[in-house]
Ligand binder design. Sequence first.
Ligand code: NAD
Length: 524
Amino acid sequence: MPTLRNGLSDRLLELKTLLTQSSALLKFMTLTNTTQTLQNYVDGQWCFSHATDYLNVVNPATTERLAKVPLSSSDEVNQAAQVAAIAFQTWRRTPPTQRVQYLFRLKGLMEEQFEDLARTITLECGKTLDESKGEMRRAIENVETACGIPMMMQGTNLEDIASGIDEFMIRQPLGVAAVIAPFNFPGMIPFWFMPYAIACGNTYIVKPSEKVPLTMQKVFHLLDHAGFPKGVVNLVNGAKEAVDAILDHPLIQAISFVGSTPVARYIYSRAAANGKRVQCQGGAKNPVIILPDADIDMTTRITADSAFGCAGQRCSAASIAVTVGEARQTYTDAIAHAASTRVVGYGLDEGVQMGPVITPQSQERIEHLIQEGAAQGATVLVDGRSPKISGYEQGNFVRPTILQNVHPQSDTAKTEIFGPVLSLIHLDTIDEAIALINSGQYGNMACLFTDSGAAARKFRYEAEAGNIGINIGVAAPMAFFPFSGWKESFFGDLHGQGHHAIEFFTQTKVIVERWSSKDWSRKF
Ligand code: NAD
């Protein structure tokens, strides 16, 4: 029987827990309510940067200033690397079964704050709320997958490689690792790497894109709340100086990068020259091939989502649609209709299907590339330049655009536009279409739309791209498969996510072992 005193103290305890939880939640929710200066998170502490330069973080639809982000110095990266190296000594000795408990807690917190995280992505990046939710869902899937580390990190062994000799391969963490992230998936991309890195026993530094640092600021409040030991996860905001300091720092062993191809090439060369393990995912120019037997309604819906979803700012956005034979006219009419009727506006508004592009400079660059396409002989079938979006006249909007009769060898067919622009090319055979894909510099994704299994097999066998879609418009691998770019879309050999991430974040050690044989019949 509970006594009155026990009952009261139980109620008081419940009240105390409730108050603690709601004050933490309040702190989290008010994070972006004022124009704040963002902080770094180093050694388990939030700290203001000593930066002399700051950038504004701006809502690309409304142009409202959301925050100021510091461009941290190399000293600040050094501090994060030092504390992460110290934390590594204890973290690597923490059993994997305990390490994943922090990830389970993180997953719970991410689910609790799911709506707010998604809203933050839309605020700073511009995509629609549904797109932001899709992004956060994939981030969470990566946490879930990394929770399997006690199984996935295991090595291999073989007894009696010679009589009485056994051989083992074990996986050990590397030390301090870091990610340098792009603007287009502020919530998801650090999660292609971070959960695996820390589950494997490494400690970590995140350098978000300086254009969209708010989402990681919120994620780090959750990491803090999940109770990771000091120094295991660190956040350093910044741009080139911070990146170069990461590339050169002797305590940082492994670097993951996602961004444009020229920067990927630079990061890969400089970090590799410093003896680091590097994986760099770069830009893309993704073709979709439409055969005459494709279901045109489905193909149009899916390819329109691929080309115009996230305002075309996805590394797996369809950028070229190649119609083969009789698919030409029906697809052209249907995609032109889909492009011109897409609802463009502020991503938080109901019914909006496409948001703005990230900056006024991006808008200008995209509109310039449309102009260049026309100058090179393409017809601007649907023209999305300089739109007026009611209520958001100052936003960085470009409406869906279709360029028709794009020459396969023109710059338009080869340049990554990274905006809502789809180029139409017509060819006579699937062989010509595959040859066109294989002649391109990028190899991030290629998709085929058809009803024919034989055509599908030929395509997946021959197309030179790391991610293939068959009747799929955005062939972005799930968390438990590697994100497999090829050619100039990737520098390195192990990709993000799944087993590749585990290989990347561990080094193998092989032990060959022999013990003297004893007479076991002897009593001890
Ligand atoms: P970006 O290359 O401009 O920037 C990426 C990161 O690199 C940022 O954190 C930035 O601070 C840093 N950076 C930029 N210039 C630098 C320099 N000169 N020296 C050192 N660091 C530098 O890319 P972005 O515009 O943020 O992102 C868009 C690009 O990312 C597109 O090309 C897109 O295709 C690509 N991307 C690729 C994938 C993929 O999986 N392959 C996924 C998402 C985005």
